[in-house]
Every structure is written in C-alpha cells, then in structure tokens.
Design a protein around this ligand. Structure first.
Ligand code: ADP
Ligand code: MG
Length: 341
C-alpha cells in the first residue's frame, strides 16, 4: 500500500528519500523536537505544534496561565534555528511604530530614513500580546497578514522565513485587551496549554535546579533557514488519500451545517470555519504525519491538530456564550459526530 502511495508522488519517483529511508532534514526536525521536549517538560503537544507552525509557514498564538513555560518554549525553538530572533514585550504604553519601525530624520542626508522595527526578523516572539491596546496588536497582525510593512508611502518586505509566536494569558486578567476576533484567523494555530501534572512538576523542578547549577544549556542541533525550507517542501509532499480528504472536508462542513448532526449544538454556532481553515488543516495534518515519520495522512493526524486550527475560526452565538459553551466543546462534538473514513 505504501508503495502505491509513493508511486503517486513525483518526489519519490525521482529520489529514494521518503520510501522507508528517512531524509536528513526529517532526522534533524525529530532531533529538534527531542531537544525541546527535554527542555520543556510535559508540554510535548505545545512543542509539536510550534514546530508544525514553523513548517507550515504560519504564526502561532499560545495561551496559558503565567509560568507554564510559554516564553521558554518559544525562546528554546528560536535558540536552535540559525536565524534572526527578536522578542517584543507587549505593554500598555507600546506604540505601533515600536513594532514596525518609523521614519527618522537624518540631518547629514537632510532626509528621512526608515529604521526597521523589531518585527523585521525571522522569528518574532510577541510576548503577552494582550497587554497592548488594539492599535499596537493590529500593527503586528497586519504585518503578519501582508508580510510587509508600509510606512511613509513605502513598503518594506519581511524576510522569507517569518514566524510570529505570540503569547497571551487567559482573558479574565485585568488590564488586558482581547485580540480582535476577526483577526485571530491570522494565526495558523491557537494553542492552549494547561498546568502540568505532579509527575511533570517534579521533573520541572529537577530540570530547573540542574539548569541553574550548570548555568548552560548544551544545544545539540542547529537548523539553518534552508533546513526549514527543505522540511517545508518535503512535508507538503505527504500523501492524503481521497477518503481522508473527504473526512477533512466533512469536519469543516460540520462547522457550517451542524444541524444535520446535532440541531442543539448547531444553534451555538454563528459562523462556521472558512476555506482558510480547510487549507490550514490540510497543511498541518500533513506536517503532523511527516513528523510521525509517515508519508501519508491518517484521520488521527487531522484530529491531532483540529482543535488548534478551529478554536479561533468558529464564531459562537450569544446563546453559546451565555451557556458557557466553548469552541472546543463544539469541535469535540463534531469529532464525535462525523464518521471516520
Ligand atoms: N514545563 C516546563 N518545563 C521546564 N521548565 C518549566 C516548565 N514550566 C515552567 N518552567 C520554568 O518556569 C519558568 C517560567 O516560564 P516562562 O516561560 O517564563 O512562563 P510563561 O511565559 O508561560 O509565563 C521557565 O523559565 C522555566 O524555568
Ligand atoms: Mg512569558
């Protein structure tokens, strides 16, 4: 069966890689994941999804209570990629130009010159994004969507490898500004993380004690931008059968026409997911499969990433909000109702 799948893939007809033998770049990505898992205890899911976002050419929003290693996870990922990394700490007094950059008068030239802001980097950590007002968030979200910055009538391109990893603490915190719902779509994945269990907690304690005592972290693997690009194109060649594709489409359709399966739940949805969600699900499921060392997608790959892709792309009705129903509840129900291929 795998042989048949491989034959349908152009890449595998011309190279030996992929059929049984693991490519060099996949070995590197798996080593990267292992390294990150050792640094960030019990958050394997977060690590996996950050890497998927990187390989899918997307941006990630990570939400969780303070102290859950959101910042650490992102910094660790940046530390193993040989690329320019900037961190922007969002605060209430930040200005849009603190992100994008601005024109500055240069007396020697008697002219204005554009000073690039911290968004001009390959990897950008937008830390605690909901602590800055909407205008500032929009400056970043626009740059993410357009992959360029316009200032003073000129546009400046962002680099080819460009990924924003934003963090936010759960909404009920005081003095924070919700990200605009309509713009959340610009994040490929909206990842939520929870508190570790007792076993992980003990491991964290020991790990951090050791880190403090040793004062250095040995980084065993470094990826270049080319590695990331190669991994991207390789993962996109993972095969998806017609049956699995149909399942993917039916999941998205269920967000739009849930009355077919569950009229009560359907009343909780104001808007279902858009085709952008379909494309995101396709891409991320393929990368998930590729990281599992498989060259074909299973329904499990789709189910593994579907929450992070749909959570911010289904808009709930007021009724749902009043009853405390979340988009995660809706997605969980959809997974139960849509038959597996
Ligand atoms: N799962 C974990 N694995 C390893 N270290 C952790 C973990 N959770 C918390 N820590 C430790 O707690 C610190 C706080 O993490 P940080 O990344 O600043 O949290 P956040 O950004 O989520 O508020 C980290 O620097 C790390 O030392
Ligand atoms: Mg933090």
């Amino acid at each position: 069966m795998i042989y048949a799948i491989c034959q349908s893939r152009i890449c595998l007809i011309t190279t030996e890689k992929g059929c049984g033998k693991m490519s060099e770049v996949r070995t590197k990505i798996i080593a990267l994941k292992k390294f990150m898992d050792a640094q960030i205890v019990g958050q394997g899911d977060l690590v996996n999804k950050l890497i998927i976002t990187l390989l899918a050419d997307g941006n990630a929003l990570v939400e969780g209570a303070p102290g859950l290693a959101k910042t650490k996870a992102i910094k660790t990922l940046a530390s193993v990629i040989n690329a320019q990394y900037n961190r922007i700490q969002f605060t209430p007094d930040l200005l849009p130009s603190d992100i994008t950059g601005s024109e500055i008068y240069v007396p020697e030239k008697s002219d204005f010159e554009f000073r690039r802001g911290p968004v001009f980097a390959n990897l950008v950590l937008a830390d605690e994004i909901n602590r800055a007002p909407a205008k500032v968030q929009s400056a970043l979200l626009e740059a993410m969507a357009e992959r360029q910055v316009s200032v003073g009538g000129k546009t400046y391109e962002l680099p080819k490898l460009f990924m924003v990893m934003a963090t936010q603490n759960p909404i009920e915190h005081e003095g924070t500004y919700n990200l605009p719902e309509a713009q959340l779509d610009r994040f490929l994945m909206y990842i939520k993380i929870d508190q570790p269990n007792a076993e992980s907690e003990k491991k964290i304690l020991r790990l951090v004690r050791r880190e403090i005592a040793e004062n250095t972290v040995n980084i065993p693997i470094v990826l270049d931008i080319d590695d990331v690009m190669n991994a991207r194109s390789e993962a996109l060649r993972v095969h998806m059968s017609d049956a699995v594709e149909e399942y993917l489409v039916q999941l998205i359709m269920a967000t739009r026409h849930l009355q077919k399966y569950d009229p009560k739940m359907a009343g909780y949805i104001m808007y279902g997911a858009s085709p952008r969600a379909t494309l995101a699900l396709d891409r991320c499921a393929k990368i998930h499969a590729w990281m599992q060392e498989r060259d074909y997608v299973t329904p499990e790959d789709i189910r593994a990433v579907v929450f992070d892709i749909l959570r911010h792309r289904i808009i709930l009705s007021f009724e749902a909000q009043a009853e405390g129903v979340t988009t995660d509840d809706v997605v969980a129900q959809i997974l139960k109702l849509v038959p597996l291929p």
